[in-house]
Design a protein around this ligand. Structure first.
Ligand code: ATP
Ligand code: ZN
Ligand code: MG
Length: 510
């Protein structure tokens, strides 16, 4: 993508220009074009790509009107601020201080390959856009503060991302088989959810994608948790923590989820006041009509202040935010199983396999790149042992790399240890005989420096801090196991049957 930036700005000073001051300013402009704006520009870059002050500067009383133009180097707004820094001491000698910068017209043009049906997205600050002959021209309305906040750079990056998304739209995920267990004994061809409902192990709850798990189902959940503790997180030295389950925006801003999680969030609101009299009519409305006055409740709440736990690890990070971790406490290894995760899965809901409220053990670790990758490898080994020798599942694992990760250059070798190539996610999938399809029942992710960077976490040695996480979905483990092994516990692999015990029926419905 070939970039051009053009910006008109008025630098307002505390006093009008005298002829001497004007002369000094003109000299400064020449100097800036020759030297100041060239600083840091790699050798061999075409002059036309570097920011410069173009046209004739205009002096109007105490305002200096300038036009800045650039390609990708010393972008127009960077040139503006460099110039401001330079001009202040020089004109200070004439008792002129910079009061304000008024930004006039700002345009960005992007020349390159646009997908056929590319539509310019609705973005803040963009007040006009034209796409013709492979050049997209954007007109911006921005203040100097917006420019200091690097708004044009973010807009360019975002438009580039949208172009990539439109180009690679079809290939949403790269999928590459890593391991395949081969066939395992199958005792069942039914849908495990329907079979559990039939036996009274679970019942659908009133909310969408939500189940009430009876004792029999919970026996399975707890047995799986026990296996995870005994075979995986215990031996690998993980300690239990409790992560919050109400996630405020500031956490998702740092974890990156604020970039796109909106369609799946369960949003959280707070009452405008906890004064009972403020809510009395709402309560009375229900007492009289038997209906909850939802329309009016909307007017009495604040927020949303955030959402319910979506991915389990982001709310851990404020625990280490802004800290430098001592070398000898690394790698940090923790896990959380303290509550539910919530996702608005919309039409995707299916059985207990894809629900809006689910239970998951989240395993999380951080350390150097080498430590992070090594733990992921040891987890892979431990999981393999569990699926092969304890659950006896028919399963496979695959390396999945969202295309945007590949595009962002997040995959590829940055570190000397070769760890960079390992950034990404491994999905674990189990075969579901009833639907002859594969179900992702857990994953292991090596997230690189994404979270430590977002939450500003450092390591004493100065080594880059990395992290990884693994989400073990209990509904998915249950669905996978029962789909292959059935509900008769005599047919289950011995270790599992022993841990679960005979399914206990408490309720007799007449
Ligand atoms: P899918 O592609 O199936 O939607 P995902 O990629 O959204 O899964 P992740 O965000 O990687 O899932 O979540 C990690 C784990 O959390 C999954 O492997 C699964 O065990 C569990 N999980 C995610 N979404 C759900 C859901 N809607 N219902 C039950 N478990 C879920
Ligand atoms: Zn995670
Ligand atoms: Mg999903």
């Amino acid at each position: 993508m070939q970039l051009r930036f053009r910006l008109e700005a008025g630098l307002r000073f505390s006093a009008p220009f005298t002829p001497e001051a004007e002369l000094a300013a003109r000299a400064l402009i020449d100097e800036a074009n020759r030297v100041l704006f060239m600083r840091g520009v790699p050798k061999g870059v075409d002059q036309a790509d570097v920011g410069r002050i173009t046209g004739t500067p205009e002096f109007r009383e105490n305002v200096l009107l300038l036009t800045f133009e650039s390609g990708a180097y010393t972008r127009a707004h960077d040139a503006l601020f460099r110039f401001r820094k330079q001009v202040a001491p020089t004109l200070g000698k004439f008792r002129m201080g910079i009061r304000e910068i008024d930004v006039g017209a700002y345009t960005i043009s992007m020349k390159g390959d646009f997908p056929e049906d590319f539509r310019v997205p609705n973005l803040p600050f963009i007040t006009g856009s034209v796409l013709s002959d492979g050049t997209l021209t954007l007109s911006l309305t921005v203040s100097a503060a917006d420019l200091e906040n690097r708004i044009p750079d973010r807009l360019v990056r975002l438009v580039e991302e949208k172009i990539e998304a439109a180009t690679y739209g079809g290939k949403s995920e790269h999928w590459e088989l890593v391991f395949e267990s081969g066939k395992k004994p199958r005792h069942f061809t039914e849908d495990p959810t329907a079979a559990m409902v039939e036996r009274g192990w679970i019942k659908h709850a009133p909310a969408r994608g939500q189940w009430i798990f009876g004792p029999q189902a919970v026996q399975l959940f707890r047995a799986f948790e026990q296996i995870v503790v005994d075979e995986i997180i215990g031996p690998l030295g993980f300690s239990e923590m409790v992560f919050p389950k109400m996630v405020p925006w500031e956490v998702w801003m740092r974890s990156g989820h604020a970039k796109g999680v909106y369609p799946e969030i369960y949003y959280i609101c707070t009452p405008k006041t906890r004064d009972a009299s403020y809510w009395e009519d709402i309560a009375d409305y229900f007492k009289v009509t038997g209906e909850v006055w939802i329309e009016e409740i909307r007017n009495r709440i604040d927020g949303p202040i955030g959402g319910m736990c979506y991915a389990q690890c982001p709310p851990f990070w404020p625990f280490v935010q802004g800290e430098t971790l001592a070398n000898d406490c690394l790698p940090i290894r923790v896990f959380d199983r303290s509550g539910t995760s919530h996702r608005y899965e919309s039409g995707g809901i299916h059985g207990i396999e894809r629900v809006d409220e689910f239970h998951r053990i989240e395993v999380l670790w951080l350390g150097t790149a080498e430590q992070t990758v090594e733990i992921a490898d040891r987890l892979h080994e431990a999981y393999t042992h569990v699926f092969e020798n304890i659950l006896e599942l028919e399963w496979r694992s695959a390396q999945v790399t969202p295309w945007f990760m590949a595009q962002e250059g997040m995959v590829g070798d940055q570190a000397a240890c070769g760890c960079g190539e390992r950034i990404g996610t491994t999905d674990y999938e189990a075969f579901l005989p009833y639907s002859e399809s594969w179900l992702e029942f857990q994953n292991v992710s090596i997230n690189g420096d994404k979270y430590p960077k977002g939450f500003n976490v450092k390591i004493q040695s100065g080594a880059e801090c990395w992290s990884g996480c693994s989400g073990i979905g209990l509904e998915r483990w249950t669905a996978a196991f029962l789909a292959q092994k059935g509900l008769d516990y005599e047919k289950w692999p011995e270790k599992v049957a022993k841990l679960v015990g005979e399914p206990k029926n408490l309720f007799t419905f007449l």
